[in-house]
Design a protein around this ligand. Structure first.
Ligand SMILES: Nc1ncnc2c1ncn2[C@@H]1O[C@H](COP(=O)(O)OP(=O)(O)OP(=O)(O)O)[C@@H](O)[C@H]1O
Length: 579
């Protein structure tokens, strides 16, 4: 493929008008090839209704029928002409032998298929694709079926993982059989292990032959967490597992450092690709975690360049998320071959272990009052509070700090270290309340978060599912409270749908509201403050003035520093000309 062309949109910009004459020459040929193309397309892109069905297996002809069929077909072969002759009998026996063997095999296969479908039914696993491997009954099948090394089983046991979760049961065998897959399972259902475990098993041992696996995550926090999970699972086998930091992306030459598994955000990896710091041509496994986020417009170009750089023709790609909109599936199909689709439960639904509640707060002031009241009555830490912007995160942080609540905040204005500290303190229980923007809404695994509060209404149903999914993980229970004001009512129906799909009570009027498109909803909101409005205005003015002064000071400092550097350079030039 040419430099600069897009993998994900290959062919989209072809100007058919301009090349009409050339195009018509190829058109005929295409028509004649159409039947074959159509067939292969159908195999990959089945209609939605069909995909929701259980796995379609090749219809198996009953054993008796098959036997009869074989006998009937004998005359055609010309063997039964002399039925009584010894040689004919012997020949018949010879034919019957493999037939019996085959029918035994068929019987076995049928039994296996029955077992598979029962197991899938028990665990709410829905699959589609060709020849899908049997789901795992237990972790010990990893060694009996796939020769898993003991270190991995030991690590699973040490982590207290007794049984595979539904997504692990199906996607681990799929990936181990060298198939590509896209998988959708609720938040907190163990998707990370579902792709890390087969990756480690396939890579077998550490090597110095370049990067062999890449995991892409939409945020630095998630990339950091996934790196830690990978290392935990790899304990006892010295794999080179690296997290792509800003420093590494800019300055490190990966051809000189061993790396089996690289975990990165798309932005950093693209930077390293551009600077020619990484060679991804040997990558055997590419995982796009939180794939729907990665396929959003802002990140698509970066994903495109990573997919393009992973040029190994036998690469195995997989997509994982708790929400998988149709457009992502369609895009995924353009890059995947013979992929297996695995859905746990219903697509795009919230975890069933979360008790979800809607609270009408009336106004912005009402939200703060409601929050204070719920803290006074029943603060059950750890609590995660989501707001819609970093400014609002700072404002709410100020308000709660004032109340002597052990609180911290995380948003994109903080340095990397400050963000890490906020997450670590919350994990360690040093802070009880973490105020966050959507930067940590996806993938972050805070064990034991009891309650998620959507202080600001989420901007889409997907954002809602991921935000509240920070509680109620790994089978634990959790509570999600969503505040809404008049401005949010038109968008309430989307959330009400998610709530009702996971069995929560929803007011009937909310279900009767008109459906809205899944577009971003981020209305302008009054600032979060208990100060009277006129005081707020003067404080805001003062804040702005202070900010302006500090940026001016920074600018001045930078300019004088630059002048000093230029001066020093000139001096050294004069010095060297003297010598
Ligand atoms: N087989 C298992 N048995 C018990 N716990 C498990 C098992 N597999 C994973 N877990 C635990 O479940 C929790 C959630 O796992 P993980 O973070 O992979 O969820 P996820 O499906 O990726 O969630 P999200 O959609 O929010 O990213 C983690 O604490 C993990 O250690």
């Amino acid at each position: 493929m040419e430099e600069g062309t897009s993998f994900l949109f290959a062919g989209v910009s072809f100007n058919r008008k301009k090349f009409a004459v050339d195009f018509s020459r190829f058109q005929k040929k295409k028509e004649s090839e159409k039947t074959i193309e159509d067939l292969s397309f159908l195999e990959i892109a089945k209609p939605e209704a069909e995909q929701e069905e259980e796995e379609e297996e090749e219809p198996v002809v009953p054993v008796k029928k098959r036997k009869r069929k074989a006998e009937v077909s004998e005359p055609v072969e010309g063997i039964s002409v002399f039925k009584t002759s010894k040689s004919a009998k012997a020949a018949k026996k010879e034919i019957e032998k493999p037939l019996i063997e085959r029918s035994e095999q068929k019987k076995k296969l049928n039994k296996q298929l029955e077992r598979d479908s029962l197991l899938r039914k028990d665990h709410n696993i829905h699959v589609s694709g060709n020849n899908i491997p049997s789901p795992l009954e237990n972790f010990s099948e990893l060694s009996s079926r796939y020769g898993c090394e003991s270190y991995l089983l030991r690590n699973l046991a040490e982590l207290g993982f007794k049984e595979p979760t539904p997504i692990q049961r199906q996607t681990i065998p799929v990936l181990l059989s060298g198939r590509e897959c896209f998988a959708c399972a609720p938040t907190g259902s163990g998707k990370t292990l579902a792709f890390v475990c087969p990756m480690l098993m396939k890579l077998k041992h550490a090597s110095k032959d370049g990067i062999r696996a890449v995991i892409l995550c939409p945020t630095r926090e998630l990339a950091d967490q996934t790196t830690r999970e990978c290392k935990k699972m790899a304990k006892g086998n010295k794999f080179y597992i690296k997290l792509m930091t800003k420093e590494l992306a800019r300055n490190s030459d990966f051809s000189k450092r061993p790396c089996d598994i690289l975990i990165s955000t798309p932005l950093r990896l693209r930077l390293a690709i551009r600077k020619k710091k990484v060679d991804l041509s040997r990558v055997e496994y590419l995982v796009l975690d939180e794939s729907d986020k990665l396929f959003e417009l802002g990140l698509l170009k970066q994903i495109d360049s990573v997919v393009k750089a992973c040029s190994n023709p036998s690469i195995i790609r997989s997509l994982f998320s708790a929400t998988l909109p149709d457009f992502v599936e369609e895009l995924a199909r353009t890059i995947m071959h013979d992929a297996v689709r695995v859905i746990i439960g219903r697509k795009n639904t919230a975890s069933k272990t979360i008790k979800q509640k809607l609270v009408f707060a009336g106004s912005e002031e009402g939200k703060l009052l409601a929050l204070r009241q719920s803290f006074a009555e029943s603060l059950n830490p750890p609590v995660l509070i989501f707001v819609q912007s970093k400014e609002r995160a700072k404002e709410l942080y100020g308000e709660l700090l004032f109340e002597n609540i052990r609180v911290s905040a995380i948003h994109s204005d903080l340095s990397q270290t400050q963000r890490e500290n906020a997450v670590d303190d919350f994990r360690a229980g040093k802070t009880w309340v973490l105020i966050a923007t959507d930067v940590i809404a996806r993938g972050m695994d805070f064990k034991g978060v009891n309650c998620v509060i959507n202080y600001d209404f989420p901007d889409s149903a997907a954002a809602y599912i991921h935000r509240i999914g920070r509680c109620g993980r790994a089978g634990r229970s959790g509570e999600a409270i969503t505040f809404y004001t008049e401005a949010d009512i038109p968008y309430l129906r989307n959330i009400a749908n998610v709530m009702s799909a996971s069995g929560c009570e929803v007011p009937s009027w909310a279900m009767a509201l008109r459906k809205q498109k899944w577009k971003k909803h981020r209305p302008g909101r009054e600032s979060i403050s208990t100060q009277p409005k006129d005081e707020q205005e003067s404080t805001n003015k003062k804040k702005k003035k202070d900010e302006q002064e500090s940026t001016n000071k920074k600018k001045k400092r930078k300019m004088s520093k630059n002048r000093a550097i230029v001066g020093a350079r000139e001096l050294s030039l004069v010095d060297s000309s003297k010598t």
